[in-house]
Design a protein around this ligand. Structure first.
Ligand code: TYD
Ligand code: MG
Length: 420
């Protein structure tokens, strides 16, 4: 246990001690007026979407992510485009370094202030001067407060600095965004309590080998956590990717065996993704099964179903599965595309262009219905697909689609449908 020495009982973000506020009174639920709080538009569609429609006044948002993933770039970019007064506080980089980064990103906002500072009391002093509409702190681990004696980055410093920022945010109705570092095991460095204290926890992630970055929300007091934002890291900052299906499907001219397209849904957004499988005879004794972006246990289950229900001898084969673009999907509706890609690689017959899949597959080999199938069909149609394989039991509300909807109840029938 860390020893905490608290120097003073009463602390405040304001230099002059604020007077005791009146204690709040209970209200009848019907009396609570709900006229939608005016959210701060970050002018970044993907960021707004993940937040659930912009920043809520007085809220604390924590943005976590591995070093080098682009947290500082993303937030500086937002600060530079906002028509509001923004204070970007960095404890990691000098004002010159930040200016250099800003020159790469451009749109220069006249309202973006940069401060290099780590002591919370000094930060609040500057805030009182500048009166920003948004405060960005990069990062929470560099802050220290006078009220605690331990080193910056220690658990009690992080907790205390965050508490002061929360108090500031709530009293001034200013939204605050904190950057949080991530440790090797993927958790935000510092106390777990940090995640409990803030209103929203966002995570910025991506495969270093890909230029795509994904922003997700792990906790959101003001919206859904199912939304996803996609960016592409370019030489001039992060580009918002508003139509991710386009980037997630490779544009190969010739037909390749072992690839299949799944119509998935992330959050509210339909997304077409490409699945690649490689099935080959196992060279060394035990066959290997590996999957990137997909659960290996589920892969093994689907292989067992193919073996038992459709008579494919895959037991002695190596099976590698990959979801392109470096994204991870846990939507069960991609089962059928996973199986189709495996079958296609196994027989070395490409799946016809224009075909995609949206169905879950059960242990008995039954092709099962998925949620929001209409939305998936529409997205596939929009992207020029001509056929979509779904479950016979899926209720479809759409009429007059140009895409052909093919309905199946058993995996055996899908095999016949695909390869004759
Ligand atoms: P950075 O925002 O510093 O990451 P974090 O704050 O999460 O540690 O971004 C790091 C990487 O992004 C760095 O390797 C350089 C690259 N980058 C670009 O590719 N384009 C750009 O416009 C900028 C500013 C950075
Ligand atoms: Mg950084």
């Amino acid at each position: 246990m860390e020893e905490v020495v608290q120097k003073e009982e009463k602390r405040s973000w304001k230099t002059e001690s604020s007077s005791l506020k009146k204690a709040s009174k209970p209200l009848r639920i019907s009396e609570i007026n709900q006229d939608n709080e005016q959210r701060l538009d970050t002018q970044n569609l993907e960021f707004n979407r993940v937040l659930g429609g912009g920043l809520v006044p007085g809220s604390l948002t924590l943005l976590g992510g591995e070093p080098g993933i682009g947290k500082s770039t993303l937030l500086l970019q937002i600060a530079l485009r906002l028509p509001y007064k923004t204070l970007y506080v960095s404890g990691e980089e000098s004002q010159k370094q930040i200016k250099m980064r800003a020159d790469r990103i451009q749109p220069d906002s006249k309202e973006c202030y940069i401060l290099t500072e780590t002591k919370t009391q000094n930060i609040f002093q500057q805030i009182t001067q500048v009166e920003p509409d948004l405060v960005i702190i990069d990062s929470i681990q560099t802050l220290h407060t006078d009220y605690i004696d331990s080193a910056a980055g220690s658990i009690s410093q992080i907790r205390e600095s965050t508490a002061e920022l929360i108090k500031f945010a709530k009293e001034s109705h200013t939204p605050v965004i904190l950057v949080g570092h991530i440790t090797k095991d993927g958790t935000i460095a510092g106390p777990k309590i940090l995640e409990h204290m803030v209103d929203t926890v966002l995570q910025f992630e991506g495969d270093r080998n890909y230029v795509y970055r994904i922003l997700r929300s792990l906790k959101n007091r003001f919206g859904s956590t199912a939304e996803l934002g996609i960016y592409e890291m370019q030489g001039s900052g992060l580009r918002e990717v508003n139509n991710p299906s386009e980037i997630l499907i490779s544009k190969n001219e010739e037909d390749l065996s072992g690839t299949a397209i799944a119509a998935t849904i992330e959050g509210m957004r339909p997304l077409l993704i490409e699945i690649q499988a490689l099935v080959s005879s196992a060279v060394y004794g035990t066959p290997q099964r590996s999957a990137t972006g997909f659960n290996v246990k589920r892969l093994n289950m689907l292989l067992a179903v193919l073996e038992k229900r459709a008579g494919f001898r895959l037991g002695a084969k190596d099976v590698f599965l990959n979801i392109t673009g470096g994204i991870t999907v846990d939507d069960p509706a991609i089962d059928l595309a996973v199986m189709a890609s495996i079958l296609s690689s196994n027989s070395d017959i490409p799946i016809e262009k224009g075909v995609c899949f949206a169905a879950e597959v059960g242990l008995a080999g039954e092709v099962r219905p998925v949620q929001r199938v209409d939305q998936r069909i529409l997205e596939a149609e929009k992207l020029g697909f001509t056929e979509i394989y779904v479950s016979k039991n899926n209720k479809i509300g759409l009429k007059n689609t140009s895409i052909q909807v093919r309905r199946f109840s058993k995996i055996e029938d899908v095999v016949t449908g695909l390869f004759g």
